[in-house]
Design a protein around this ligand. Structure first.
Ligand SMILES: [Zn+2]
Ligand SMILES: [Zn+2]
Length: 183
């Protein structure tokens, strides 16, 4: 998605706002996207550079870390980028196409085209949560039968072999009692 910088660059006081939908990436990590990203950008001529304040909204989906059910969530982005011409970049000593000055990335643009895609992708990746839970107390899947325990117990716990010192002692006592009965 490109924006024509010519009208912005030629008018020292130019301010413009644009909204558009950008196709979402295929998927990132385990996160899928429900529909395109809604992007709004405010552009302003700041003399030696064009400042872009970007807001974006993404509707996402990822499997719950415990029960694997899909979890829907939204991601909001808000960041700023500054765009300079190659001539300005040479004057400012910006090399390699971009610099990162704290929160603001400075990007060199060519042929009056302002390109927002790579910044959008980077910021989106950084904003995606690393943890997904359908709910804080999700019970997950039974490790034995694979049933989703949020829907109710699966019965595996009842058939469990006795384990743990107390249960083992109990099982032992019962075995001894049986033995005594049969003697
Ligand atoms: Zn879950
Ligand atoms: Zn089970």
């Amino acid at each position: 998605m490109d924006i024509d910088a010519a009208p912005l660059r030629s008018d020292r006081r130019a301010v413009t706002e644009r909204s558009f939908l950008v196709p979402a990436p295929e998927s990132a990590d385990r996160v899928g996207f429900r529909g395109p990203l809604a992007v709004r950008v405010f552009l302003r001529n700041e003399g030696s550079r064009i400042r872009a304040d970007i807001e974006a909204h993404a509707r996402c989906e990822a499997p719950c870390d415990r029960c694997l059910q899909p979890v829907a969530f939204a991601v909001e982005l808000r960041y700023t980028e500054e765009f300079v011409t190659p001539e300005q970049a040479a004057r400012d000593g910006i090399e390699g196409g971009e610099t990162d000055d704290g929160d603001v990335r400075t990007v060199v643009y060519q042929n009056d085209r302002i390109e927002l895609d790579s910044g959008l992708r980077q910021n989106l990746e950084l904003a995606l949560p690393g943890k997904h839970l359908c709910r804080e107390d999700c019970l997950g899947l039974c490790p034995r039968c694979g049933k989703n325990l949020n829907a109710g117990p699966c019965g595996c716990a009842d058939q469990d072999e006795p384990s743990g010192p107390r249960l083992l002692a109990l099982a032992d006592a019962m075995r001894r009692a049986k033995k005594r009965e049969s003697e």
